[in-house]
Design a binder for this molecule. Structure first.
Ligand code: NAD
Length: 375
């Protein structure tokens, strides 16, 4: 099997799909790797490091398997050979044009987002590895933007009370944000509509915020949250508005796969906060959890600093790439036969589940729906 790695082209994307350490392991297992010149620069891996690991420098689009991070642009899809295999984030539930173009190009594509979240596939779970980076980074942005201390301090000039932080959504990113803000000394509360996370929140030293929403549990298939009804959402916003007013910082991470992010922080909630408080809206990419978020910007509204960062993993490209590369390596491990040859077993739940396009067709159910393909 030969794998190639192109240089990422999306604005601000500094990650790379494979890092030298992982290339070395792949090469040892009989896989040939070609890396485009400069592909690792953003993540601080010079071409020479890839070569030392056993890769050759060359056409990043030439492999039987092309490993990427961000979804390919239309131009990039044109550079893929017909019949080749693409592995990367593909946004299959939202980027219908990309998925259609991949099918038309007869590319067999595998989306990292679509890898089933089962125990056997944990090492391939790039949503988790990258969300870990986002949650950590979001906590640091909150601490950096807040014009107050996070920890409690007892000084000769008086005692400083610790910052109160609320984390909304306690998935992978939220849990990492809780852990990081706790380490910085904040007093942390967190809320999620899935009651299963209460224990996880408490095990990180935070308090589960109980909201009297009359909600049993909103966990749906695959451990994801189900979308709330309009009435439930309305009730949640009202109850949250009051709690948010007591916080120094809110880090919001709530998401429902394939949908616009739920609106949790209203303009009224922002008005309830003390001037100088901070909101870091990790859901900015999918429309934002806060009504006043401007995706990609940090703005001050009603005296509150509202950050809507995009693609946070790309702001920490070294570790984000290392973790992502290990996820890709694990997935490639399922695609390689005993003799080092490419072998796709569509009986395998992970291979079948992650496959988005094949034989000129869109084969993933969610992607089909998003692209308006009827049976
Ligand atoms: P996500 O990014 O889809 O959503 C983030 C969080 O937002 C979730 O916890 C969700 O419940 C929450 N949320 C949605 N609507 C909300 C609302 N209105 N108010 C408050 N919170 C709301 O989630 P994720 O981090 O990708 O994790 C999704 C699930 O996958 C979790 O159950 C997680 O434990 C599970 N998971 C499983 C594995 C595995 O077994 N391999 C690995 C990672 C995650």
């Amino acid at each position: 099997m030969n794998v190639s790695v192109p240089k990422e082209s999306a604005a601000g994307e500094r990650r790379v799909a494979l890092v030298p350490e992982v290339v070395e392991r792949l090469v040892q297992s009989g896989v040939q790797v070609t890396v485009e010149a400069g592909a690792g620069e953003g993540a601080h891996h010079p071409d020479a490091a890839f070569e030392e690991a056993g890769a050759s420098t060359g056409d990043g689009w030439s492999g039987e398997v092309v490993a990427k991070v961000a979804p390919p642009s239309a131009d990039e899809i044109g550079r893929l050979s017909e019949g080749s295999i693409l592995v990367g984030f593909l946004a299959p539930l939202t980027a219908a044009d990309t998925v259609r173009a991949l099918a038309e190009r007869n590319v067999t594509s595998f989306a990292m987002e679509a890898i089933p979240r089962i125990t056997r596939a944990q090492s391939m779970d790039a949503l988790s590895s990258q969300a870990t980076v986002s949650g950590y980074r979001a906590a640091l942005i909150a601490a950096q933007e807040l014009p107050r201390f996070f920890p409690m301090l007892t000084t000769a000039a008086g005692t400083v009370r610790p910052a109160k932080v609320l984390v909304l959504g306690a998935g992978v990113a939220g849990l990492q944000a809780i852990a990081t803000t706790r380490r910085l000394g904040a007093v942390v509360q967190a809320f999620d509509v899935r009651s299963a996370v209460k224990e996880q929140i408490e095990s990180l030293g935070a308090r589960f915020l109980e909201l009297d929403m009359g909600l049993e549990d909103a966990e749906a298939a695959g451990g994801y949250a189900r979308p709330l009804t309009d009435e439930e959402q309305q009730r949640q916003r009202e109850l949250l508005a009051e709690e948010i007013g007591k916080m120094d910082a809110v880090i919001s991470t709530a998401a429902v796969p394939g949908r616009r992010a739920p609106l949790l922080v209203t303009e009224q909630a922002v008005k309830n906060m003390t001037p100088g408080s901070v909101i870091v809206d990790l859901a900015a990419e999918t429309g934002g959890n806060c009504e006043l978020t401007e995706p990609g910007e940090t703005v001050v509204k009603e005296g509150v600093i509202i950050a809507g960062p995009l693609n946070l993993p790309a702001t920490m490209p070294d570790h984000a790439s290392s973790l992502y590369a290990r996820n890709v390596q694990s997935l490639l491990g399922l695609m390689v036969g005993d003799e080092g040859q490419l072998e796709l077993d569509f009986e395998d739940e992970v291979i079948a589940g992650a496959c988005i396009t094949r034989d000129g067709q869109i084969v993933h159910e969610g992607a089909k729906q998003a692209a308006g393909v009827t049976a």
